[in-house]
Design a protein around this ligand. Structure first.
Ligand SMILES: Cc1cc2nc3c(=O)[nH]c(=O)nc-3n(C[C@H](O)[C@H](O)[C@H](O)COP(=O)(O)OP(=O)(O)OC[C@H]3O[C@@H](n4cnc5c(N)ncnc54)[C@H](O)[C@@H]3O)c2cc1C
Length: 446
């Protein structure tokens, strides 16, 4: 690609750190039974990834969730496992784009104005992360742990009998024309600098690669490294079934507080009772900051609410996970129909849904796949847990040595649930991790 965007021309990306390789090639060590009784708070895909690896490492696992496994944000995502997504959301020029999106009633970003005062400190930190030096640091942190995302899932999917849901079908990014593609040049250079291959497609190649896509789209990038699952909810259900078959327990309750002892946290207090534990993992998605606060840590976590529509009788299919980058829309063909996902609504987790957002998502879907049949369509929303630097929180509490955090996976929780789980299991087991966990700690400067 020859063109450089005006902004970020001086931005260079870190090359892949050597740690990445050892992380990728590390064997999935089955540890001796350590017999720790570990409670994982949150049975979303991240909590399930943690629980699965903790069990493989020999611990006794109890999941606590107020909902059945996989019923919250992990229920309705697009099913993409995209370990190449190593660039943070905060990039040079993004805040200007966000203002444009906010002014556009059909734009992908929206704010609930009554939530705005609470949002300001987060936006300030987000904006500070758009500086080139921070983009470099955040990219290095994401690139150090994300690339082996699928390799971390594979043994879990195999053991749980879920491989029939896995596809290695690649990601396809659509652009109106070559000029629009070039506006994203910085994004693609970052990918390439991190060693990910992709192919640029002209209009003819795009038509051959994804025949259902409308002629509005004349240029594309194909990312062959992406995997996807045919149904994200069935993945959560299957992981939980396998955990349960091997002795894990589930308590359906709301975690309200923690019981402190001289050695750390001795028990989790729920609305249904007290549950003792040797170690606790907080994997409560977009609600994790509320629990972290009770454990003495303040963390800037916002929900970036997204919506989906699923069309069971769409009448067309996509071969790839198709992305309209400019609109933050993704489309995938699942075993329950064509799913279109998108929208970034900063409303706070307690706000009621705004179904105009799902209508907007559907409208974009129709621009990509004309002739979509909406009979039987279902709508849904979920809370992406977002930190200002796009880096998840993974690591021990600075206050309680038997408490570990695993949250803040924003757009990438399905992708990175297992790789997170493996790192958490290593830390809970007192093992060395293959990467430096410093950039992911809860008490970092966001
Ligand atoms: C529209 C959309 C599309 C997406 N597409 C993709 C994609 O293609 N690929 C990808 O990798 N990611 C995608 N994501 C992101 C992904 O879905 C999330 O990152 C992921 O689901 C987060 O998982 P989690 O386990 O952290 O959170 P959740 O699934 O929300 O689970 C957290 C759990 O904690 C429980 N909980 C919280 N507080 C308490 C408490 N006090 N007591 C008891 N239980 C509690 C909740 O009930 C919930 O079940 C998408 C997200 C959205 C919204």
């Amino acid at each position: 690609m020859g063109l450089a965007s005006k902004r970020g021309r001086s931005l260079t990306f870190p090359r892949r750190a050597p740690a990445w390789r050892s992380h990728r090639t590390m064997r999935d060590v089955k540890e001796r039974a350590l017999g720790k009784n570990v409670i994982v708070v949150g049975a979303g895909v991240v909590g399930l990834g943690c629980a699965s690896y903790l069990q493989r490492f020999g611990h006794d696992v109890t999941l606590i969730d107020r909902l059945p496994p996989g019923r919250s944000t992990s229920y309705g995502n697009a099913g993409g496992i995209a370990g190449t997504f190593v660039l943070p959301l905060a990039m040079p020029g993004l805040m200007k784009k966000y203002v444009q999106y906010l002014l556009d009633p059909e734009g992908p970003v929206s704010v609930r104005w009554s939530h705005f005062p609470q949002l300001v400190p987060f936006l300030w930190q987000f904006w500070r992360n758009c500086r080139p030096e921070r983009v470099r640091e955040c990219t290095a942190a994401l690139a150090a742990f994300m690339p082996p995302s699928y390799e971390a899932w594979e043994p879990l999917f195999k053991d749980a009998g879920l491989m029939h849901l896995v596809r290695h079908n690649g990601g396809l990014w659509l652009y109106r024309d070559k000029a629009a593609l070039m506006k994203d040049w910085l994004f693609w250079r970052g990918r390439r600098d991190n060693g990910f291959e992709f192919t640029e497609l002209d209009a003819d190649l795009l038509r051959q690669t994804e025949p259902a896509v409308s002629r509005e789209w004349q240029a594309a990038i194909l990312e062959p490294d992406w995997y996807s699952v045919a149904n994200p909810y069935e993945i959560s259900v299957g992981l939980y079934a396998h955990l349960r078959a091997r002795g894990a327990k589930l308590i359906e309750a709301e975690v309200r507080d923690f019981e402190k002892t001289a050695n750390g946290i001795g028990a989790v207090i729920t609305d249904k009772g007290r549950h003792a534990a040797d170690a606790i993992v907080i994997a409560a998605g977009a609600w994790s900051h509320r629990l972290a606060k009770k454990l003495g840590s303040r963390v800037p976590l916002e929900s970036q609410r997204g919506y989906h529509v699923t069309l069971p009788k769409a009448g067309v299919e996509t071969r790839h996970t198709v992305v309209v980058g400019s609109a933050k829309i993704a489309i995938s063909t699942l075993n329950c129909g064509v799913r279109i996902v998108g929208a970034s609504a900063f409303t706070g987790v307690d706000a009621p849904p705004d179904w105009r957002q799902s209508k907007m998502v559907l409208a974009w879907g129709k621009r990509v796949l004309p002739g979509l049949d909406t009979e039987g369509m279902t709508e849904w929303f979920g809370e992406r847990p977002l930190t200002p630097d796009s880096i998840p929180v993974m690591g021990p509490s600075p206050h309680f040595k038997n408490v570990f955090y695993a949250f803040g996976h924003s757009h990438m929780g399905l992708t990175t649930g297992a790789v997170t789980g493996r790192l958490i299991a290593q830390m809970v087991s007192g093992q060395a991790t293959p990467i430096d966990m410093h950039p992911y700690r809860i008490d970092r400067s966001y």
